[in-house]
Design a protein around this ligand. Structure first.
Ligand code: HEM
Length: 193
């Protein structure tokens, strides 16, 4: 049963790909197709970060461990969509001309923080297997807490590139704050006061 549900979730996670292929085939990308593709995958990367971060709170709320079974797949989709997002920027926007890309990373703070978020995703993707969980033991949890930093960097990237917080970046910021608040152990905090 779990196997079939995982296949179903996997196919569902490919939705952003189906949707962009449909828009390419039916000429629905609009006047700025490259920007549309970059932004599409950027937004979906953030959505997948949020989905990954939602699994633990859902486990707590519903008292069901099933959510955790999908967390690794969702996390790998974060890396997958972030990499397509990066690749469309490098390949479609700059046609693999690396000098202006390096300038962008160094001069534009929104590109810098987006790139930093992508770099931080690499250790998470590399250490996602069961084998790595066993090898790294307690350190695995520490490394995978980076997903919170990546979420913060991703939202900052969105706010800085939009130049205004209204409205989509604000909505993403609120969702991130709610998800981060789930991580705060209020019982532990109040016992320390
Ligand atoms: C975890 C990593 C990342 C996340 C979550 C992310 C997220 C986003 C989001 C949400 C958008 C805006 C979508 C919209 O306007 O609807 C965006 C746009 C963009 N991102 Fe990223 N991004 C990430 C990594 C990167 C990287 C590595 C680069 C390049 C080095 C990059 C470059 C850009 C560019 C150039 C845009 C378009 C800006 C424009 O509209 O002019 N991003 N990204």
């Amino acid at each position: 049963m779990l196997r079939y549900s995982k296949i179903f979730v996997f196919l569902l996670c490919l939705w952003p790909l189906y949707s962009i292929i449909y828009q390419i085939f039916y000429n629905k990308l609009g006047a700025e197709p490259v920007d549309k593709i970059i932004n599409h995958f950027g937004e979906w990367t953030l959505i997948f970060i949020f989905l990954t971060l939602s699994m633990s709170p859902l486990k707590k709320i519903t008292n069901a461990t099933i959510w955790i079974k999908y967390r690794r797949m969702l996390g790998l989709f974060v890396f997958f969509y972030a990499s397509i997002h990066l690749l469309s920027y490098v390949g479609l926007d700059y046609r693999f001309d690396f000098q202006p890309i390096i300038n962008d990373v160094l001069k534009k703070k929104f590109v810098f923080i987006g790139f930093a978020a992508w770099l931080l995703l690499i250790p998470l993707a590399i250490t996602s297997s069961d084998k790595m969980v066993k090898i790294l033991k307690q350190n695995w949890k520490k490394i995978h807490r980076l997903i919170y930093v990546i979420g913060i960097f991703g939202v900052l990237h969105f706010i800085w590139l939009s130049k205004t917080i209204f409205f989509k970046p604000l909505i993403f910021l609120i969702i991130l704050i709610i998800l981060l608040l789930f991580r705060v152990n209020f019982k532990k905090l109040s016992s320390k006061v």
